[in-house]
Write a protein that binds this ligand. Structure first.
Ligand SMILES: [Cu+2]
Length: 290
């Protein structure tokens, strides 16, 4: 819960909160006024008192009043929204760049040193710019953990599209940033576990289950080596899910669509998942069959 003594979580909290409170304030005002008028009219113009309705044909003053009134109101809302948003679009020159990828239904963050995560890690009191077509930035001001939600109503699994923002102290962040060992499977860890890590990192599990249950895409369970009916270029055909099939499914997901599933729901992971990582994923799929 917000307390007055706490430092704002980011440098943009004030502008966003102001726009939010004003919007909420107007909403409450209208809720109260409209509910009151509704009840008043129900009582005042009830049938027993007013058996015959009076027809009113146009009232220029009234129409001008609510047109202008509504215009002024939305302009006020627009102004506060715009004033809160505008400074977010002008990142300072010393801002640290993090490439943020949001896809249905998962987030991925790519750092300059090649580190890739599904959670956003940022140092406290340092401006960061998640790379977008138009740059947007923020500066975390408090070491803490926060929720990060998808703000677009983007489809089937939208409600599961959330992750976290971890704000670390400068030392902790440097330690985390320079620790690249976590990306590779440690000595003695089986390859299939490396494959599972690759899939977690890329959010594959959002749409594919490992227990045979049907989600957006087919389950991993029993896939490798199985014979499947897929639709390729409008015609059904049978294929054996071998290494080539798995590779195609990751790099060109719309090429073969498993019967019972829909086209166009998965984007290509070419350039995001390497050939070596695909080999690890295949090890994981083989492991599931055991
Ligand atoms: Cu969404």
């Amino acid at each position: 819960m917000y307390s007055a003594t706490q430092i704002d979580a980011s440098n943009f909290v004030e502008g966003v909160d102001r726009a939010f409170v004003i919007t909420l304030g107007f909403s409450f005002l209208f809720l109260i006024v409209l509910t009151f008028l509704m009840i008043l009219f129900i009582v005042k113009y009830r049938r027993s008192k007013h058996p015959k309705a009076v027809q009113i044909k146009g009232n220029t003053k009234l129409e001008i009043a609510w047109t202008v009134g509504a215009l002024v109101l939305v302009l006020v809302l627009f102004y506060y929204g715009w004033a809160g948003w505008k400074p977010m679009m002008n990142p300072p020159d010393d801002a640290m760049k993090i490439k943020a990828i949001a896809r249905m239904w998962q987030f991925q963050f790519v750092y300059d040193n090649g580190k890739v995560t599904d959670t956003l890690y940022v140092p406290v009191n340092q401006s960061v710019v998640p790379g977008m077509k138009k740059d947007m930035w923020f500066r975390a001001q408090r070491v803490d953990e926060f929720d990060l939600f998808c703000a677009e109503y983007c489809g089937l699994q939208h409600s599961y599209m959330y992750t976290g923002v971890n704000v670390l102290s400068e030392e902790d962040f440097d330690r985390w940033y320079n620790d690249t060992t976590a990306a590779k499977p440690a000595e003695g860890v089986p390859e299939w576990e490396g494959g599972l890590n690759v899939m977690r990192k890329n959010g594959c599990n959002v749409c594919h289950s490992s227990d045979g249950s049907k989600l957006v895409g087919p389950s991993y369970l029993g896939v490798f080596g199985s014979t499947r009916v897929v639709e390729t270029g409008g015609a059904d055909r049978e294929v054996v899910a071998d290494s080539t099939y798995i590779r195609t499914a990751i790099y060109d997901p719309d090429a073969d669509i498993v019967k019972g599933f829909n086209r166009g729901l998965m984007l290509s992971y070419e350039g995001l998942v390497t050939e070596e990582e695909i080999a690890l994923i295949i090890e994981y799929l083989k492991h599931l069959n055991q």
